[in-house]
Design a protein around this ligand. Structure first.
Ligand code: HEM
Length: 266
């Protein structure tokens, strides 16, 4: 076309050859004056010919992008955690004794000085808080997503779990932590979920806490709503291994309330 040689492909078979099997031979861009003069003589990878330069730059850009966004997230999280620690430290120094000590209060009294763990006291405390947030958020929500996805593919068990909650708690008040002990069917489903999507070689120090969160969270969800999938389709259970074993496709659910409206005003 114009000064460029052009090939028109009209066969599906040849198209497949071009874009899958032999795609690297046609992955370059035509040389143009824009690419030469505006894109640093093909140095901007979007304009450069496919080859080792393109692959190296793409890869480096990918790593640089990840490191850059990790640094940004770390900075944002650090400033939030820093404010929490300062606030707690100030209350301690002012002798304001809390009736209930929270986790940061405990850390502040457990880590006494800089010499303890080879890092500054502040770093140890902030790093521990960060570890718990990072280690505790995704893992817990991913477990709940797998559990719900499995229940949506096993509607009889979903119904039995809801019936157990109706029988042992009723529908006039929300499930409380003290109810969970009696919800044996629900607890068995959670154990089965953790067996199917297992928890690795090193043991998890947050597991007891996580179990309580998952038990109460799932009990409230199942008590509060009926669940279906769009068009009542089965859930795609393909796994995707990132840092945690999560679902390849997002879980889509349709909710309908099961309780009186005032019970949703938490
Ligand atoms: C259902 C939810 C959870 C699951 C499935 C889970 C799973 C795991 C697994 C598999 C490991 C070991 C990873 C390895 O092999 O190195 C681990 C470690 C860890 N988890 Fe959890 N976790 C959950 C919730 C939590 C929560 C809520 C917290 C904190 C509040 C937490 C804190 C940690 C920490 C600090 C480690 C590192 C332990 C070490 O390296 O010695 N986890 N978790």
């Amino acid at each position: 076309m114009g000064m460029h040689r052009t090939v028109v492909i009209s066969s599906q078979h040849i198209m497949k050859e071009f874009y899958t099997t032999n795609d690297k031979f046609v992955a370059s861009r035509p040389q143009s004056s824009q690419s030469k003069h505006l894109a640093y003589n093909y140095a901007a990878f979007g304009f450069s010919p496919y080859g080792s330069y393109w692959r190296d730059v793409r890869w480096t850009e990918f790593m640089y992008g990840s490191v850059k966004s990790m640094k940004k997230i770390n900075k944002e999280l650090d400033s939030i955690i820093d404010a929490w620690v300062q606030e707690h430290e100030l209350r301690r120094l002012n002798g304001e004794v809390e009736t209930k000590q929270d986790f940061i209060d405990v850390l502040l009294s457990a880590v006494q000085d800089d010499s303890q763990f080879g890092n500054s006291r502040e770093t140890v405390i902030k790093a521990t808080i960060m570890t718990l947030i990072v280690g505790g958020s995704d893992t817990t929500s991913i477990t709940m997503i797998w559990m719900l996805a499995n229940l949506l593919n096993n509607r009889r068990e979903l119904q039995l779990a809801q019936e157990e909650i109706d029988q042992k708690v009723g529908r006039d008040r929300p499930v409380e932590e003290s109810d969970v002990e009696n919800l044996v069917y629900l607890k068995a489903i959670i154990k089965e979920t953790l067996r199917l999507y297992p928890a690795g070689r090193r043991s998890c120090p947050g597991l007891n806490f996580a179990l309580q969160v998952v038990q109460l969270g799932m009990a409230r969800l199942l008590q509060g709503f009926n669940f279906t999938t769009p068009n009542n389709e089965p859930v795609d259970m393909t796994e995707s291994l990132t840092l945690s074993l999560c679902k390849e496709t997002p879980l889509e659910v349709m909710l309908t309330p099961r309780l009186a409206p005032e019970l949703y005003q938490y």
